[in-house]
Design a protein around this ligand. Structure first.
Ligand code: GLU
Length: 477
């Protein structure tokens, strides 16, 4: 390496949404940089104009920003090696290509598409693997930019180390004359990334599996350019939770920004994505971002595919929600309250939030779990009819129990402790089991299948509301 400083990069092509695989590559590169006090660089690889999707560059920036994966250099913030957009660096690629032409290691590819097809066809007829280098033109024309520029390879055996995959080697057969610059004047990924990683002093190339087959060709180019090779780390695939296939959109892997909209915390997404193929060697599953920065290491990234389990993601989100101080959580749930909370005081909302914090799996659950605190919920008698214990109660029994509760609460203070005392007394006076008495009260004040501890729920609802809901139920029995 030309530079002892750790410099990693994320080099996405602006070709679509920001899926978890892409974010994971970015995250691992970011963790390596942050851990070492190095730099994390964002470079947009927009050299395949046909595949470009409008708006995706902004989307990538938004997704990284939302997860706190901050870059030190990039198209939006500049840096010492600007520009960071490949389409603005065409002159740099031509200059490096010229070095290869000058040293006899690149040549103009004169074949038309039809000629190339014919060559391929004859190789197939001879039952030979097609290698372009077997058909190099004898006297290639001078390269004027109108034809592809090809690398003149020197096939050989390579041994190299990958931080994740270990020691690898390949024979000369996999090396060929790949295209460096296309006839549209844009470099290929194969060439541009080598130039940019060298120019930008990148210390680690952390990327997906799809490039591993081309690695020997890259090594050949590094050599022809007299470049030191950086450290390589190839990420394992992300697999669907069951079966043997790679994760697709259908398996629940959405754009990372959609997860945030659905009430997943950024710290959950970072923790979860980091765990796709990495662990610290212990049983620990919940990591804060600063713990990840401290503990992450490429040599604990597994080789085999990591499984994307959305149940685990949901569980993890619940864990991270619990870890948040109430005021912090309150700031994050602004968009997730039920409509009925619109004119409710901050104080009441915080009390409610404190009650349900442990039950939230996503922030979206908030609306479902708390609506009855802010407005009278519609009575849903099926909750009583479908409850094994409550269904057994006759009308008279229902009446008696509700009346007893109404009277007792009418005379009770409404602190959680006083309410608990009243509830305990009620068990004695009605000779009922908690599973019946408490369920009944819980149901008619909330009309929800779950609620937090009954004394706390009633206390937050307050005396007036609690009594009026008991009364409404009494009238309907
Ligand atoms: N532009 C490539 C991609 O989006 C980047 C691969 C790399 O990290 O070098 O897949």
């Amino acid at each position: 390496m030309s530079d002892a400083i750790i410099r990693t990069r994320f080099a996405p092509s602006p070709t679509g949404f920001m899926h978890v695989g892409g974010i994971r590559t970015a995250l691992f590169a970011w963790l390596v940089a942050r851990q070492a006090g190095g730099a994390f660089i964002l470079r947009l690889e927009d050299t395949d104009q046909k595949r470009e999707v409008a708006g995706s560059a902004e989307h990538i920036l938004m997704a990284l920003g939302a997860l706190g994966i901050t870059h030190d250099e990039g198209p939006d913030v500049g840096g010492p090696y600007a520009p960071y957009l490949q389409s603005e660096r065409l002159g740099i690629y031509t200059a490096w290509a010229q070095k290869l032409i000058d040293s006899g290691r690149a040549y103009a590819d004169p074949y038309t598409a039809a000629e190339l097809d014919a060559i391929r066809e004859s190789a197939r007829a001879d039952k030979k693997a097609f290698l372009y280098r077997d058909y190099r033109p004898k006297n290639p024309p001078t390269w004027d930019g109108s034809m592809p520029l090809r690398f003149k390879s020197e096939p050989k055996t390579y041994h190299w180390h990958d931080e994740v995959l270990g020691d690898l080697s390949t024979g000369p057969d996999v090396i060929d004359d790949i295209i460096l610059i296309k006839s549209d004047g844009f470099p290929t990924y194969n060439f541009a990334h080598i130039v940019d990683d060298a120019e930008m002093n990148i210390s680690h190339i952390i990327r997906g599996q799809e490039f591993i087959a081309s690695q020997p060709n890259y090594l050949n180019i590094y050599e022809a350019l007299g470049l030191d090779v950086p450290i390589f780390a190839t990420m394992p695939h992300i697999m669907a939770v069951s079966g043997n296939k790679k994760l697709g959109k259908r398996d629940g892997a959405k754009d990372v920004l959609d997860y945030l909209k659905d009430g997943y915390l950024p710290e959950t997404m970072v923790n979860f994505i980091a765990s796709l193929g990495w662990n610290d060697g212990t049983e620990q599953e919940i990591f804060t971002i600063s713990e990840l920065i401290k503990k992450f290491s490429l040599d604990r990234v597994q080789k085999s595919g990591a499984r994307f389990d959305d149940k685990r993601l949901e569980w993890m989100n619940g864990q991270h929600i619990r870890l948040l101080p109430l005021d912090d959580l309150y700031e994050r749930v602004t968009d997730f309250w039920p409509a009925s909370a619109v004119n409710v005081s901050e104080d009441l909302k915080k009390q409610v939030l404190a009650l349900v914090q442990d039950r939230l799996k996503t922030l979206k659950d908030l609306a479902v779990l708390t609506g009855y605190f802010f407005a009278d919920p519609p009575a849903d008698w099926s909750l009583i009819e479908n409850n094994k214990q409550l269904a057994k109660l006759s009308k008279d029994e229902l009446n008696q129990l509700l009346q007893a509760a109404y009277d007792a609460f009418g005379a009770s203070d409404f602190t959680p402790e006083a309410i608990q005392e009243t509830l305990n007394q009620l068990l004695i006076t009605t000779s009922q089991k908690p599973a019946i008495l408490f369920s009944l009260i819980r149901t008619v004040v909330s009309w929800a299948p779950f609620s937090p501890a009954l004394n706390h729920t009633l206390s937050v609802l307050g005396k007036e509301v609690s009594l009026s809901r008991l009364d409404a139920a009494l009238k309907r029995v």
